[in-house]
Design a protein around this ligand. Structure first.
Ligand SMILES: Cc1ncc(COP(=O)(O)O)c(C=O)c1O
Length: 361
């Protein structure tokens, strides 16, 4: 009997992260992975390095201080916060816990790629629902629910489209789903939003046992290297995740840096303000070049290029690369005419605007 992986695994197209290296370039501007251009809070970096002589110690497997800091900051119940090695780990654990062969995992057409990957990893079938104007369509999602649906993932706001669902729409989705279907609201970019009609999802978690909100330290907190995320859920779901996760799934330096990052509200505010300013300026610049830019509320923007040879997204990516600028191609998301660009520093974005102005001229 040959060695055989479980069904579904070989159907996975491995996730390809954003490009980060450009051998030979003097200067590389990395705008392919939605990282924070301001970096981590200096207080988080100090908390990280303070642990350098404690590397022989196991971390606190319960991540108590981190969970309590999260709970205090957001007004949540700390025993229903579960921390993970990035929110990616929590997405994977949720799928492992609630879906298996023959089940369906539903997500939105241009939703985050880890949802179908996680579904296939357990032998479940990923099912996508079409979007309207690059935005999650609640009716389309509800229309694709079957007796086999176990989980529905909605990134809010969504990566890579940058659009979001108002709280009323998210509630309508939950209310329209069967009780036995878990709604996972992936709020990786929540801290960037100031829209009055937006809620990251904690309110729905409080109101329904079958809703989970996931969050990350990789975006506004600038701690992507440390792999740190968290989920807020019901007692029951927290109990399930705590059984499935590794006993020490979050490293001690990540926990310490996470606590310090949460306490440095000034750094978060500066990152949010920088992003809002640069995102608006850069989107206008791109529109001024005749490019299509759907409104984004994240720390990135989708830029649509003409289909014309030499002017298309692939040619633009190549042109940017020639100037040391790395952005994300979108073919894997079914958006081959677009490039996703992270909002970097002001200098980064001026360099991109100048390069694309030359490209479009
Ligand atoms: C919507 C969304 N969810 C989750 C993640 C994963 O974040 P983490 O670094 O916490 O695994 C990302 C990362 O890009 C994302 O865009």
């Amino acid at each position: 009997m040959p060695l055989t992986p479980r069904p579904g695994i070989m159907e996975i197209k491995p996730y390809v992260g954003g490009e980060a290296q450009l051998p030979g370039a003097n200067r590389v501007i990395r705008l392919a992975s939605n990282e924070n251009p301001l970096g981590a809070s200096p207080r988080a970096a100090a908390a990280y390095t303070a642990l350098q002589d404690q590397l022989h110690r196991y971390p606190d497997g319960a991540a108590r201080e981190l969970r309590e800091t999260i709970a205090k900051l957001y007004g949540l119940a700390s025993d229903r916060v579960v921390c993970g090695c990035g929110s990616d780990e929590l997405i994977g654990l949720l799928v492992r816990a609630y879906a298996g062969p023959g089940d369906e995992v539903l997500y939105s057409q241009h939703g985050f790629l880890m949802y179908p990957i996680a579904a296939k990893s357990v032998g479940a079938t990923p099912v996508s629902a079409p979007e309207r104007d690059l935005t999650t369509d609640v009716d389309a999602l509800l229309g694709r629910v079957t007796a086999k649906t176990r989980l529905v993932f909605v990134a809010n706001p969504n990566n890579p489209t940058g659009s979001y669902l108002p709280a009323t729409e998210m509630r309508r989705l939950r209310e329209g789903l069967p009780e036995g279907v878990l709604l996972v609201i992936d709020a990786a970019y929540a801290e960037y939003l100031e829209q009055a009609d937006y809620e990251p999802g904690a309110e729905l978690v409080e109101a329904f046992d079958n809703v989970v909100m996931t969050r990350t330290f990789s975006k506004i907190h600038g701690l992507a290297a440390l792999r740190l995320g968290w989920a807020y859920c019901s007692d029951e779901v927290a109990g399930v995740l705590n059984r499935l996760r590794g006993p020490f799934n979050v490293t001690a330096p990540a926990q310490a840096a996470g606590v310090a990052a949460l306490r440095d509200e000034g750094h978060v505010m500066r990152a949010r303000q920088h992003n809002a300013r640069c995102l608006a300026w850069f989107s206008d610049e791109m529109r001024g070049l005749g490019l299509k830019v759907p409104p984004s509320v994240g720390n990135f923007v989708l830029v649509g290029f003409p289909k014309q040879a030499g002017r298309d997204a692939a040619a633009a990516a190549l042109c940017l690369k020639g100037q040391g600028i790395l952005v994300r191609g979108m073919a894997a998301y079914g958006l081959g005419d677009c490039l996703r660009m992270t909002i970097g520093t002001e200098e980064d974005m001026r360099a991109v605007a100048e390069a694309l102005s030359g490209f479009m001229a």
